[in-house]
Design a protein. Structure first.
Length: 190
């Protein structure tokens, strides 16, 4: 491994830790004594993306992550969620087992993931990805998102109040407490 500070190739590994994305190694340069970290992860074959105009482009994880970062700029989206979405897209592409995949597959997965993460990031991404060219189309997408959110938050039905009726027992018993019954309507109020 080449030292990023002095360019020397003679380095030693001080610590190795497995992380969810691969292996993290802490290294030390034998020449200058500087320490640095490297991350290793296995590369599974990812398919070539076929763009809308027919051009082919190799899948670039960093480009995908940058695009998601831009959509999430200045939004309360944790970096771990952006990493998780990026990994989910990459893993899905690898699991397809195909040599070529439409770039729409990536875009659709990202837009659905952003819809769940942050509605503003979703709209930012949708403006570019869906080609929303005027305020009317942006407004229509916002209205669609708002209606989906409203459907997800359905209020519980409101029922009429129950009426409790207390009655005296017909015959004297050992139980001095009066019997009670409830009468309620089972229909929700509209």
């Amino acid at each position: 491994m080449k030292c990023p500070y002095c360019g020397e190739h003679d380095t030693k590994v001080i610590d190795t830790t497995e992380s969810r994305g691969g292996i993290r190694r802490r290294r030390e340069c034998k020449e200058c004594g500087s320490r640095f970290t490297t991350h290793e992860r296995s590369l599974a074959a990812t398919p070539v993306l076929v763009k809308g105009n027919g051009n082919r482009e190799e899948f670039d994880r960093d480009k995908l992550k940058r695009g998601i970062w831009v959509a999430c700029a200045k939004r309360p989206v944790p970096a771990s969620e952006i990493e998780r979405l990026t990994t989910r897209v990459e893993t899905h592409l690898q699991s397809l087992g195909r040599s070529e995949v439409s770039s729409r597959v990536v875009g659709d997965m990202v837009i659905e993931g952003l819809k769940d993460l942050d509605p503003i990031a979703y709209i930012r991404y949708a403006i570019v990805y869906l080609g929303l060219e005027d305020l009317t189309s942006v407004r229509a997408e916002i209205d669609k998102l708002l209606s989906e959110q409203q459907e997800a938050i359905q209020p519980l039905p409101v029922y009429e109040e129950c009426e409790t009726i207390f009655t005296e027992p017909d015959s004297p018993s050992d139980d001095p407490v009066a019997e009670s019954t409830q009468s309620c309507s089972a229909e929700p109020l509209r």
